[in-house]
Design a binder for this molecule. Structure first.
Ligand SMILES: Nc1ncnc2c1ncn2[C@@H]1O[C@H](COP(=O)(O)OP(=O)(O)OP(=O)(O)O)[C@@H](O)[C@H]1O
Ligand SMILES: [Mg+2]
Length: 227
C-alpha cells in the first residue's frame, strides 16, 4: 500500500527575475513501512521536497497524498491538524520549545489537539528513547543527542503515518548519529513506521531500503537497495 503519493510536484520561490525553481515536476510513491533516504547536492531541493510532503509549505503545482488525503485540498486549519496527527517532523537543530520541559515538548502535539496523553504509550516511548531521567529538564540542559531523542519522541507521540527527517544527525557526532539512526530504524521496523530521511551521510543512506537522489529539483535516480 502506498502511504505517500507525489504527483507532478513543482515549487517556485519568488517571482520574475529572482524566481527559483526548487522542485521541477517530481513524482514518486512510498510504500507503508518503507525507509527511504533522500540525497543530493546542497540547494538541489531536498528540504523543499520534505516541506511539501509534510504540509509545511504549499507547492506551486502538483499533489501530495498522505494516506489518501490530498494535503493541499485542505484549508490551513485542516492542514495544521492533519500535519500534527499524521506527520512526524525531525530537524537538524531539533526545534524544541526552550521554555517547555522534555515531557511537555514530547506531549505538546497531543495537548494542542486536546487529546489525552496515553500514559502507557508515553512511558514506552521515553523508555526506548532513554529519557526517563530527563523528563523535567529543559532542552538547554540536555546534550545534542538527547535533544534529538526528545524531538523523535514528539514526532512519534501521535502515531503519525509518516516520519520525515531533515538531516537528523547533521549536528551530532558519529556515536550519537548512529544512536539516532538506530532508533529511527527501530521504529521503522518494529512499528512499520514509514521513514524518509534527508542525509549527506553515505553510511546512513546505505542503511535505507531505497535511495532517492535529487538534482536541480528533479529525481535523478531512484534505487531500491532492499526490496
Ligand atoms: N524560502 C525560500 N525562498 C527563496 N528560495 C528558496 C527558499 N528556500 C529554498 N530556496 C531555494 O530553493 C533551492 C532548494 O533549496 P533547498 O533548501 O530545498 O535545498 P537542499 O537540497 O535542502 O540543500 P541543503 O543540502 O543545503 O540543505 C535553493 O536554490 C534555495 O536557494
Ligand atoms: Mg536542506
Amino acid at each position: 500500500m502506498d502511504i505517500l503519493k507525489i504527483e507532478h510536484l513543482s515549487k517556485v520561490y519568488g517571482k520574475g527575475e529572482t524566481a527559483v525553481k526548487a522542485l521541477d515536476d517530481v513524482s514518486f510513491s512510498v510504500r507503508k513501512g518503507e525507509f527511504a533516504a533522500i540525497i543530493g547536492p546542497s540547494g538541489s531541493g531536498k528540504s523543499t521536497l520534505l516541506h511539501m510532503l509534510g504540509g509545511v509549505d504549499r507547492p506551486t503545482s502538483g499533489n501530495v497524498f498522505v494516506d489518501n488525503t490530498n494535503l493541499y485540498e485542505l484549508n490551513e486549519t485542516q492542514l495544521a491538524i492533519f500535519r500534527r496527527r499524521q506527520i512526524g517532523l525531525i530537524y537538524q537543530f531539533y526545534n524544541l520549545i526552550p521554555v517547555l520541559t522534555v515531557e511537555e515538548n514530547i506531549t505538546l502535539p497531543l495537548l494542542l489537539d486536546e487529546h489525552k496523553v496515553d500514559g502507557k504509550q508515553f512511558a514506552e516511548i521515553v523508555k526506548m528513547l532513554d529519557l526517563e531521567n530527563r523528563l523535567s529538564h529543559l532542552p538547554n540542559q540536555l546534550s545534542g543527542g538527547q535533544q534529538q531523542r526528545v524531538s523523535i519522541g514528539r514526532a512519534l507521540i501521535s502515531n503519525p503515518a509518516i516520519m520525515l527527517a531533515d538531516e537528523p544527525t547533521g549536528n551530532l557526532d558519529s556515536k550519537n548519529s548512529s544512536e539516532i539512526i538506530d532508533l529511527l530504524k527501530m521504529f521503522n521496523k518494529t512499528y512499520n513506521q514509514t521513514l524518509l530521511v534527508i542525509t549527506h551521510d553515505e553510511r546512513i543512506a546505505l542503511q535505507a531500503d531505497r535511495v532517492i537522489s535529487i538534482e536541480d529539483g528533479r529525481i535523478a535516480k531512484d534505487e531500491v537497495i532492499r526490496p
